[in-house]
Design a protein around this ligand. Sequence first.
Ligand SMILES: [Zn+2]
Length: 269
Amino acid sequence: MPHLPEPFEAVYVTLIGLVVGSFLNVCIYRLPHGLSIVRPGSRCPSCKTPIRWHQNIPVLSWILLRGRCGACKAGISLRYPMVEALTGATTLGIWLQFGLSPEFAVAVPFAWAMIVLFFTDLDTQLLPDAITLAGVAGGFAVAWFNPFLGEPGIHRIWMALSGCALGGGFLWTVGALYSRLRGVEAMGFGDVKMMAFVGAVAGPQGVLFTIFGGSVVGALVGVSLIPLRGRSMQSTLPFGCFLAPAGLAALLYARQVIDWYLGLLVPGG
Ligand SMILES: [Zn+2]
């Protein structure tokens, strides 16, 4: 890795995030429908005109074209530049926290995957295997080098295994119990596979933080939406939309929270 002065490194990292964000838009749009994310190239959703490279510059093209297709002038959703900006900002944020480090190399692809899962679940209530199962495989592939799994050595492989089993097993059990009690399908296997992925990367502690954080925020949002929508809890956002940001927060901050908490228990310790 060539050493760049820090401001250049920050700009470089952000630009990579923006370009990847553009690709994440393609994944979000195509993966739930089983379409290739490689071919064909990006097209206008309305007139199918291929989008040329200078019309496909993250965020900037959308602003220059005033949110319209260059050919047919059909409106292009604000979602596209927002996903690009979110991906750029998240990538920069992780760099600011960890610099170019093993933590960065693990957390950035994980964050990108969580962004895709958030939006596919929001749009289609689907969490594609191409992200979740690939994430489980990727989590095990890098477990030996993954500093989020604790001290180096075989311990990390054990943490990835137990995190994966806890994440998948916990959601599978909750889903099975809920189905028994209510007689309805509580959640698909997508959530189970998603939490297996989170566990393989963030370990068992990360799983507990993710499920706790996602449930608390999910419940608060669910309750606050009841008067707005006049509907029951069941019509609120899919669970993956809460698990995705909670999973990223757990990966990035679980250890700090635990250290802070242990510091409270052992004054001066
Ligand atoms: Zn068009």
